[in-house]
Design a protein around this ligand. Sequence first.
Ligand code: AQP
Length: 329
Amino acid sequence: MKTYFSGINPSSTKGLHLGNYFGMAKPALDFQDKGSCIYFIANLHTLNSVYDPIEVKTNTEQVFMEFLALGLDPTKTLFFVQSDVPAVPYLQTILNNVVTVSELKLMHAYKDKLQNDVAADSISMGLFSYPVLMAADILFSNPDYVPVGQDQAQHVELAREIARTFNNRYGEVFKIPEVYLTKETARIKGTDGERKMSKSLGNDIPIFAPEEVIKKQIMSITTDPARIHPTDPGDPAKNVTFEYLELLGYDAAKVTDMKEQYKQGTIGDVEIKKQLFGHFMEYFADVRKKRAELDGNRDYLHELRARGAKQANEIAEATLKTVRRAVGV
Ligand code: AQP
């Protein structure tokens, strides 16, 4: 049976967005019936961007609930919180020695910061070395596949490289995991219609936010800039609203019809966005309800978290024992 491993960084108070859902959560959750799954909340990674302890704690609990609401089945899947498993950062300390600074300088999280005019010397070690922590996250459970969105594929590649280097130096310890990308949904565009949907860019549509927040985000979607009036002909390819409607399985004939009207200038952007908003709320109605129910059941969540921690610790400690023996500590 194949093993699947993935996680999410609870770095925003807004929680999971449409990009996280189609890029990672949905494909990852679909594997629950096909193999053995290990999914986690990467709250140690959050520390490289969120400095308010209350926010870190609240976000962690929130995303934990959201994953469950989206369909994570704890009877099938090992589900845990990263900070509950200290063997993982211990493993990172060891893996730091099988990766070079020049390899880390090629990682997009670091390069993105530099592109945003942040001075290299002011970037924290946490951010710079987070791909090594991610390698430790992945490698401790020796998974076969890591389902992620396109932006994280490079980090999985690095984890593979780290595992290869480690194995060459110390003998076969780690399985080399494969990245799993769902081609059509690996990079969901943000509401600006260009960049990747991201919590930090503010171009996201959060799934569990209050209705008015979701509505505001949808109504702010950038559409064909050449179209000033609803009666101007527009280019559907320049309006990401249509992509979202298709992604969310909106009636295909209606989408085709709306695109035609868009080209002819017989439908307004507001009308299309209203359709998307209504459909979005309908599509996620059940999971939003489930999330609210889970929120009222804190004892169950604590019990689940403790159970996941126990199982993940057993696996991580066994791997760490092998790794420590291999390196001689
Ligand atoms: N727009 C996206 N399209 C497809 N997949 C995406 N993912 C994120 N955005 C998209 C995938 O979701 C998983 C969890 O992501 P994460 O939150 O841990 O980290 P991220 O990729 O850095 O997500 P954000 O929203 O862009 O966060 P910030 O702004 O904090 O950096 C990953 O598998 C990711 O690929």
